[in-house]
Design a protein around this ligand. Structure first.
Ligand SMILES: [Fe+2]
Ligand SMILES: [Fe+2]
Length: 218
């Protein structure tokens, strides 16, 4: 083995693919590519992760659409909600594009998320601006937790400190930052002043967790 091959990973692979072990290495690469196409990397189902994330981001766009339909663009907090809705549109569009690139099927519950998200947004907006903010704070708290769990899982199945899927990890980290800001914006705009806040927040967070589990499976 050359000095270079002894100190780096890449030359070892280059030597193996042209040496006596070439067939087995190439077969291994073929199997890895087939697994990658199926969305399975290093023993984790990345396709399932992308499916639930896209469902969540789509649901978020519908929540804000429901809130804005009730509140209009001149109510207090409409500007904040409109800004957050734009970011959800970007998250959703990027997950849609990733799904297309990877050939991941969307959840078959898409029409349900559309109606459920819109209804949740509309109902909380009808309860008042603080309830609308309480909805955002609760949803984003759960999304933050969900994205953090996914990042841990991707890192756990990665190599050294690398993620098992760096492209997906980068997206999740980027979006998680936005979600945390949405939660902080909602808290800064009176989420906790909503009538029955602990009950409302608890119910929404429970619903989010159930939705995440459903979207992972169906
Ligand atoms: Fe989002
Ligand atoms: Fe968000």
């Amino acid at each position: 083995m050359s000095d270079i091959a002894a100190t780096t990973d890449l030359p070892v692979r280059l030597i193996a693919t042209s040496g006596p072990n070439a067939t087995s290495v190439n077969e291994h690469a073929g199997a890895a590519a087939a697994r990658a196409r199926a969305g399975i990397h290093r023993g984790i189902d990345v396709g399932r992760m992308i499916r639930v994330d896209q469902a969540g981001e789509y649901g978020a766009t519908r929540i804000y659409a429901g809130q804005l339909a009730v509140m209009g663009d001149r109510a207090s907090h409409s500007a904040e909600i409109t800004a957050m809705a734009r970011e959800e549109d970007r998250h959703n569009a990027e997950f849609n594009a990733l799904m297309t690139r990877r050939g991941v099927r969307p959840t078959i519950l898409q029409p349900f998320w559309s109606a459920a998200g819109y209804t949740l947004g509309a109902v909380t907006a009808l309860l008042g601006p603080e309830a609308a903010m309480a909805c955002t704070a609760a949803v984003e708290e759960e999304i933050d937790r969900h994205y953090s769990d996914q990042l841990d899982e991707l890192e756990m199945h990665g190599v050294c400190t690398d993620s098992a899927d760096p492209e997906l990890s980068d997206m999740i980290e980027d979006f998680r930052e936005d979600e945390r800001q949405h939660r902080d914006t909602a808290l800064a705009h009176g989420a906790e002043k909503a009538l029955g806040y602990p009950l409302l927040s608890g119910a929404i967070r429970l619903g989010c967790r159930a939705a995440i589990r459903l979207a992972e499976r169906i």
